[in-house]
Design a protein around this ligand. Sequence first.
Ligand SMILES: NC(=O)c1ccc[n+]([C@@H]2O[C@H](COP(=O)([O-])OP(=O)(O)OC[C@H]3O[C@@H](n4cnc5c(N)ncnc54)[C@H](OP(=O)(O)O)[C@@H]3O)[C@@H](O)[C@H]2O)c1
Length: 255
Amino acid sequence: MWGSVMRDGPRRVAVVTGASRGLGAGMAASFAAAGMALGLCARVRPTIPRGAEALCSPVDVAEPGALERFADDVVARFGRIDLWVNNAGVLAPVGPLADAGADALRRSLEVNLGGVVAGTRAFARHVRTRPGGGVLVNISSGAAAHPYEGWAAYCAAKAAVDMLTEVVALEERRHGLRAYAVAPGVVDTAMQATIRATDAADFPEVDRFVRLHEAGAFNSPDWVARFVLDLADRAAADGGLGGAVVLRVPDEPPP
Ligand SMILES: NC(=O)c1ccc[n+]([C@@H]2O[C@H](COP(=O)([O-])OP(=O)(O)OC[C@H]3O[C@@H](n4cnc5c(N)ncnc54)[C@H](OP(=O)(O)O)[C@@H]3O)[C@@H](O)[C@H]2O)c1
């Protein structure tokens, strides 16, 4: 497992942002179970997954310089970073753009786009410092390609993340960085609970997410994590999944 893009040797190192709960915490647990050392951050300091070696730090991804400092800390602790997952994200504000507060809109873009820009830059710079390449996964969303009424800032940021990732995949390929934007499908997290609790006046498609919940039609964080690990493997062999950069995790079969 893990081809030539990844480091030879027993311990691979992954960073996950937004690892205090939800998809990020779940991916961290799965990466730990796969034997990886971890750099985990969120505004609330993430807990160390069972049996893992991890550096866990309180980081606001929107704070200038914060992810660069965190990358330096992880490299100081573990020597290098092989896989970097920009997962931190927020849904708010929800409702028509014209009704949203200017500060809330700015904050949304600073976290969902600015945080990914900063994390991508920090990791690309790290990969350039040593041989062996690396894999970047920016967690996107179906909202990058589907215009949901009420989610203007979120949709716009995720669409920008997809294009950012496509550009960086081209720019950094010669340095051995393989970059992917991955929509995880629907994952049952606090963000999904928030979506289901939204007023239809603010988010007209709320019923669709209520029905998905009733059907239990979710991707588990472990399913998403396994997709990411498999992607990192394939990145060495053929540039990923047929060379595509923007990907969606397939639906997990029911148990
Ligand atoms: N759940 C889904 O169905 C779904 C679908 C498509 C895409 N996604 C994407 O998947 C990612 C994870 O979402 P989730 O469902 O796991 O949401 P969640 O349960 O709300 O978790 C979000 C994570 O991001 C962190 N975070 C938020 N703002 C942050 C900031 N400024 N700095 C650092 N960390 C921050 C949160 O930690 P703190 O609050 O401690 O900072 C938390 O760990 C997001 O990018 C989301 O857009 C989710």
